[in-house]
Ligand binder design. Structure first.
Ligand code: FAD
Length: 811
């Protein structure tokens, strides 16, 4: 074993082998994999190893497509061919119209990635899958590329190719410790000696938290026991004369594929079990958990009803093994929060299907600092301080119990809630709020008109439409109040703050005390990395001159990483997170100033406190910091309040608001209003795949500045010209929004993808944002948008159709 390598990957399952192979593909060959036992001796060896292209975001579809292409190539490699049954086809079943709507939308979204799915009716499902009955079945989604692979051969093939390219693989070498040095390099301690390296990668599967502990990190990953069995041969399969397609069933929570002449049936039972929460036996390797088919009987009954031939078939073998889950079901692939030169590729619950793609995206992040797709949905920093293993276990159980039941738009599942609350959460609930969650924080979604009001989840506009319309109306004509908890807020102090921000932000940086500006941070490829509200707070009894850097709730770890990695020892800049110390009350509407004036001493007139101002004040007895900014397009104030004073500020505001008809509003109303104003959401519309010009943020770029992070690459991008443009579309229908991922077409040809869509209640328009080909980006271009899979007439319009002159915000 060598005693140094540029990158050391710990763990030789599919995650580690794929990452190793892809690093060599990206040109880094001084890389090493260390495995405590044989390759694949964790979860990988006993995987059912199904490989589907289905995903609910374009990044997931894209990375799975990468896996499939790679696995086909490995299958066809004459020197080491891998067993891969590609193209058996697979059906995801549905017995509700809402699920069918979801499939129609996902098919449109996948089409944008060049992947063809078909939506089938029940009869066609049964025609393609001769073993199933059509009882209680509406139809399904067909993925023609579905199949399964030999997991051990796959890993061996990847390791073999990596070795040929120069990588080293060390088996039977348990990693026992990690030491990080002052220069951020690492020493990896193993039972066979130490290895010095620049970068470590945790690919430890269900042991990822043992490796995490070696660097003082607890990853939000928990394991569940998961069982499948293999049947005896089934005559109907032989009679079918073709391989039987895969089946995934959200009605009874099982999957099924052909294995030799019989079937492999895997279960997601309600009575499920976490595994390894209190430590894992060091000898658990190449091992399984004890069988327990009793607890899957509920699911089995459903499978038997769907495939009656199972009632006459014997079970040949049962497999029960640990499978890892995270808080939101997607893996953690990227930089480890708060650590330098440390990455992970863990929490894979469908690692065989996805592993090829995850290894690819991780290798790109390590080598190039960013991957081809925006990887936020996989980024380990997307959860912040609440991401404990305890919470993960609760979400893992919930996710396992809903394995094939995808989230509907606006669905916030109950496990592990409330995670993060403010003193107002219970108050809002008492006032009838339907709460949603953002990065674990409970936030008002909307205010229910009656106590027993219930939302019908699905992809169509529903009974909440009228409720949101009334909230928007109140904000547009009077005044509304809502809380935006969890908003990320850093305090920057020191003499170098503005010079530092000038370097980080691609546009003009407001330096004037008492003023607020919006800025965008680019990565080294000139693409959009972060969005920040910069507020210059003058010195006061609360502290010296300081800048508040505000950004999206989930961005805390991400933005802190980005800012601190760019600080040099010469910068006199201190950064402190205030995210969990303060919250925001938003006051919005033409009468917002009247309410503020009644609740807070001082002159709040337009002249004294114009739009984009910041001032410290008191609302009632609560010390607050008021920013004159608006996300709704109405006159609005963000009132930042320390948590301990929140109840006091809220009481004062409600008292002052009573005379002005103040009412509460929620995030759904905000989302509708911001689309009408042309305002963007970080990681919905602001992505690392696009530069600020492509995203329509031209006015926030100042190319005349001597330099800023990403400038050189941005200039190259400008020379190259835009690949896509973000546009606003009106969609000519009233039954549903254009959901993120929906394809935009010109004469049937896909020319773009929707990033956000909602009804604009003030404009009466069904609005969407989409990245489209530059040739079709001009206003008045007629296109179609797939709304729940159906091409629907749409028109490009100038962005921000509501109050284009910004008169209302500046009032
Ligand atoms: C029953 C079952 C069925 C499944 N079916 C499917 C399916 O159909 N399709 C699909 O895509 N996925 C499926 N999965 C999930 C899939 O198998 C996993 O997502 C995948 O195998 C995880 O791979 P991994 O590399 O992350 O982890 P692992 O395979 O567990 O690899 C981690 C490796 O790290 C090593 N390691 C740990 N600690 C150390 C240390 N200190 N030093 C050195 N090495 C260390 C371990 O020995 C192990 O080899 C299934 C899982 C189960 C349990």
């Amino acid at each position: 074993m060598r005693d140094q390598a540029r990158v050391v990957i710990i763990g030789g399952g599919i995650a580690g082998c794929s990452a190793l192979y892809h690093l060599t593909q990206e040109g880094w060959t001084d890389v090493m994999l260390i495995e405590r036992d044989e390759l694949t001796s964790g979860t990988t060896w006993h995987s059912a190893a199904q490989v589907t292209n289905f995903g609910m975001t374009q990044t997931m579809v894209g990375l799975k497509s990468h896996s499939i292409k790679l696995y086909q190539e490995l299958r066809d490699d004459p020197e080491y061919p891998v067993g891969y049954n590609h193209g058996d086809g697979g059906i995801r079943l549905a017995n509700t119209e809402a699920q069918m709507d979801g499939y129609r939308h996902f098919a449109s979204m996948a089409a944008g990635m060049g992947v063809e799915f078909e939506v089938l009716d029940a009869e066609e499902c049964a025609r393609r899958h001769p073993l199933i009955s059509t009882d209680n079945l509406l139809g399904g989604l067909w993925d023609g590329s579905d199949g399964h692979i030999d997991p051990a051969q796959l890993c061996q093939a990847l390791a073999r190719r990596a070795r040929l390219a120069g990588a080293e693989v060390n088996r039977h070498t348990p990693v026992t410790g990690l030491t990080q040095h002052a220069d951020a390099t690492w020493t990896v301690h193993t039972e066979k000696g130490d290895v010095k390296c620049e970068i470590v990668v945790n690919a430890g599967g269900y042991r990822c938290n043992e490796i995490g502990a070696m660097m003082g990190v607890q990853h939000p990953v928990a394991s569940m026991e998961h069982q499948y069995f293999l049947t005896e041969d089934i005559p109907a399969i032989a009679e079918a004369g073709h391989r039987i397609p895969l089946l995934r069933c959200p009605i009874s929570d099982y999957y099924c594929r052909q294995e030799k002449g019989g079937l492999l049936l895997g279960f997601y039972e309600q009575d499920c079990r976490t595994w390894g929460m209190d430590g894992i036996d060091p000898h658990f390797t190449n091992a399984l958990c004890p069988d327990d088919l009793d607890r899957v009987t509920d699911v089995l009954e459903g499978a038997f009803e769907r495939m009656p031939c199972l009632t006459e078939t014997g079970i040949r073998e049962v497999v029960n093994g640990p499978i890892t889950y995270t808080i939101d079901g997607a893996p953690l692939v990227g930089p480890i929060p708060g650590k330098r030169n440390a990455f992970c590729i863990i929490g894979l619950r469908a690692g065989l299907g996805e592993g090829g793609g995850h290894g690819w995206l991780l290798a790109q992040q390590i080598v190039h600092g960013e991957a081809e797709y925006d990887t936020w949905g996989l980024d380990p920093r997307r959860f912040t301080g609440h991401a404990t293993v305890e919470l993960t276990a609760l979400k893992a159980i919930e996710d396992y119990q809903n394995e094939f039941r995808f989230h509907f738009p606006h669905e916030h599942r109950p496990a592990g809630r409330p995670m993060k609350t403010t003193p107002l959460t219970a108050v809002f609930e008492a006032e009838g709020a339907e709460m949603g969650t953002v990065n674990g924080w409970e936030r008002i979604d909307f205010i229910k008109p009656t106590r027993d009001f219930h939302e019908t989840l699905g992809f169509r506009f529903n009974e909440v439409q009228a409720v949101v319309a009334a909230e928007v109306q109140a904000v547009a004509t009077g005044v509304g109040l809502t809380e935006v908890s969890g908003f990320n807020r850093f305090e920057l102090t020191g003499t170098g703050v503005h010079a530092f921000l000038d370097r980080m932000i691609c546009g003009a940086v407001t330096k004037k005390p008492g003023r607020v500006g919006l800025g965008y941070l680019l990565n080294h490829h000139g693409m959009l990395k972060a969005e920040a509200t910069v507020a210059n707070i003058p010195a006061s009894d609360r502290g010296p001159d300081r800048v508040w850097y505000g950004s999206a709730a989930a961005s805390e770890f991400h933005d802190m990483d980005w800012l601190t990695t760019h600080l040099t020892p010469d910068d006199d800049v201190q950064i402190r997170s205030l995210t969990n110390d303060q919250t925001i009350l938003v006051l919005a509407g033409p009468r917002a100033r009247d309410v503020l004036q009644a609740a807070a001493r001082g002159d709040w007139s337009r002249d004294a406190f114009p739009w984009l101002s910041v001032r410290e004040a008191h609302v009632g007895i609560a010390p607050v910091t008021v920013l004159g900014v608006s996300f709704s397009g109405e006159l609005a104030y963000e009132i930042h309040v320390p948590n301990q004073s929140l109840a006091a500020a809220y009481t004062a505001m409600r008292r002052a608001g009573a005379a002005h008809g103040l009412r509460l509003f929620g995030a759904r109303a905000v989302d509708s209003m911001r689309l009408e104003k042309g305002f963007l959401h970080w990681k919905a519309d602001i992505l690392t795949e696009f530069d600020p010009f492509e995203t329509g943020l031209d006015r926030f770029v100042k190319l005349q500045k001597p330099d800023f992070v990403g400038k050189a690459a941005l200039l190259d991008a400008v020379d190259r010209g835009p690949r896509k443009k973000l546009v606003t579309l009106t969609v000519d229908c009233t039954h549903a929004a254009a959901h993120p991922g929906a394809s935009v077409r010109l004469n049937g040809r896909i020319v773009g993808t929707v990033t956000s869509g909602d009804w604009g209640h003030r404009t009466g328009l069904n609005l969407a944002y989409a990245f489209v080909d530059p040739e079709v980006a001009a206003p008045d271009t007629a296109l179609t948008v797939d709304v729940i899979g159906a091409p629907t007439p749409a028109m490009v319009i100038p962005t921000g159709p509501y109050d284009p002159g910004y008169d209302r915000m500046r009032a």
